[in-house]
Design a protein around this ligand. Structure first.
Ligand SMILES: [Zn+2]
Length: 264
């Protein structure tokens, strides 16, 4: 309990010392139209989470990139929306978010079964390293901030990988709460993944980014983007996945989006 008290004390101290100024907060929210479904109370909670997140993590520019206060808040907001009703501890185990001025070539190497070493030299917009930083290209964060035009959200994607990695590899099995069944999660996600991969294989045009067919880990990250940014689409395409996500993230964004369209 001493630990708990210490944690609360620390939390209060951080919140008191590092508030996000109102104009900066509003500017960051305006960049991110998908957050319009949240109530003022929830946005206040999100703001506190952002302050704690920014206290715990470094957001560092690389290759000459200068990180502005707006960039810090915009990145924190999108990372924190995933854990709004969960625990910031889901982002424990790494220190930094590294921001590049453009796409970057990761340059990591891996060995295939035949012992041949390959080098990853495709430029990337973002990457979540296991036990390492999240890497983001700032122009790609900006392009993906508006779901309506981009149909993707880079920051939500990479932080979904980070949550997934709390249980090891990014394999689509995040740490589930005790009241959820891992067996059910695996069955539902596995069936949806097989279905989606088959649709992509036969070159069907899908409303969900075909990149989700890459692996179960990418499926979880891409569908998390859809869950937060276009929830009605996920509920329509894979209602059982939506239900698992609703229970896992403890949010029901599709119900919110409906209320917004059709206020009572
Ligand atoms: Zn990914």
């Amino acid at each position: 309990m001493v630990f708990e008290a210490l944690r609360n004390w620390r939390r209060r101290r951080v919140l008191a010392n590092a508030a996000i100024p109102e104009p900066l907060w509003r500017e960051a929210l305006e960049m991110l139209p998908f957050l319009a479904i949240y109530t003022e109370d929830e946005l206040e909670e999100l703001r506190e989470l952002c302050v704690l997140f920014l206290d715990a993590k470094g957001i560092i520019g690389a290759r000459g990139h200068q990180v502005t206060p707006l960039q810090r808040v915009a990145i924190a907001l999108q990372a924190c929306v995933l854990v709004l009703n969960l625990d910031l501890a889901l982002y424990d185990g790494f220190e930094n978010i590294v921001v590049y001025p453009d796409e970057f070539v990761p340059g990591w190497e891996w060995e295939d079964e035949a012992g041949v070493v390959h080098r990853m030299d495709e430029p990337l917009a973002g990457e979540a390293m296991p036990r390492g930083p999240v890497i983001l290209s700032w122009p790609d964060v900006v392009a993906a901030a508006d779901w309506e035009s981009a149909g993707m959200n880079l920051v939500v994607h990479e932080f979904a990988h980070k949550i997934d990695m709390q249980t090891g590899d990014a394999n689509g099995c995040p740490p589930l709460p005790a009241e959820m069944s891992a067996k059910e999660w695996t069955a539902v996600l596995g069936a949806a993944y097989d279905d989606f991969a088959a649709r992509v294989d036969r070159e069907e045009r899908t409303a969900i980014d075909p990149y989700a067919a890459e692996s179960p880990g990418e499926f979880f990250a891409v569908l998390s983007e859809v869950f937060f940014c276009e929830p009605a689409l996920l509920r329509h395409e894979y209602p059982q996945v939506y239900e698992q996500f609703r229970r896992f993230y403890r949010q029901d964004p599709a119900a919110r989006a409906e209320l917004l369209l059709d206020p009572l």
